[in-house]
Design a protein. Structure first.
Length: 263
């Protein structure tokens, strides 16, 4: 039996503790963004003036000092199978923070906001806002290509992803990365394919575990790529019948936001 060196044991313990400490520090100090998909209870022509003049201004007044960036996109026209993709036809918003700790300290969900001048507030009662807390930079890049420039006006499909009730989310997510994404990255015309796993021990409760982005040249390229019948995916191992493979919330966007509150 090998003799145990007390000094070596202490050194190993110190190294292990240091690795754990710096990993924790990185997780809590890395820049993050709070992303939201919103389906307002009224048309955007009615919703947007109130959102800009009242709600966004209150957000900046109440926890603006913790924000690094606050931008919003008007959703593009939904695809033909919008219902299957749980499409949000209103707005997609990003609020950036220096870290998870900054988000906790800002406490955006512990604030009091003015009521909207219509029943329902920000979201339809039957289509609650989809939210997620993710790193500022993707945790996975499946193509490794440079992001298209604004001049190319890429068409972006963003979707939050979760797994059905009763499915082991960690194992399902491993399958998503190992199998599904490796097939999806071969879609014709795909310019960029990245994903963001939710921050570890997120203080924001969500049914979704990650958000992915697929970029195409334009809307027609997206339709052509996703509607082709020649492209077949490996069936998820937890699916036994015709039930949905994933819990999903999605939106289509242009490259640049149309509202910039904090740049």
């Amino acid at each position: 039996m090998q003799n145990l060196n007390p000094q070596r044991i202490r050194a190993t313990a110190v190294v292990s503790f240091a690795a754990l400490f710096f990993s924790t520090v990185f997780e809590t100090r890395a820049m993050i963004k709070h992303v939201s998909m919103i389906d307002p209870p009224v048309p955007l022509a009615q919703f947007d003036p109130w959102y800009q003049a009242v709600h966004a201004m209150e957000c900046m007044n109440l926890f603006g000092p913790w924000m690094r960036r606050y931008v919003s996109w008007r959703a593009r026209v939904p695809c033909p199978d919008a219902q299957a993709r749980n499409y949000y036809p209103g707005r997609y918003t990003e609020i950036w923070y220096d870290s998870v700790e900054a988000f906790r300290e800002a406490n955006p969900f512990g604030r009091s906001y003015s009521s909207a001048p219509w029943p329902g507030g920000l979201s339809r009662s039957d289509h609650a806002t989809a939210r997620l807390l993710i790193p500022a930079m993707p945790t996975e890049d499946f193509l490794g290509k440079p992001a298209p420039t604004v001049s190319s006006k890429p068409f972006r499909w963003l979707f939050m992803l979760g797994y059905p009730e009763g499915v082991d989310a960690a194992k399902a997510d491993e399958w998503y990365l190992r199998v599904h994404t490796q097939e999806a990255k071969n879609l014709p015309g795909l310019l960029r394919y990245v994903s963001y796993h939710a921050v570890p021990n997120s203080p924001l409760r969500s049914q979704y575990v990650r958000m992915s982005e697929m970029w195409f040249k334009d809307y027609d390229s997206y339709l052509q790529a996703t509607s082709t019948r020649k492209f077949q995916y490996t069936k998820a191992p937890w699916v036994k019948g015709n039930e949905p493979w994933f819990v999903i919330a999605s939106v289509f966007l242009d490259y640049d936001p149309d509202l910039v509150f904090i740049k």
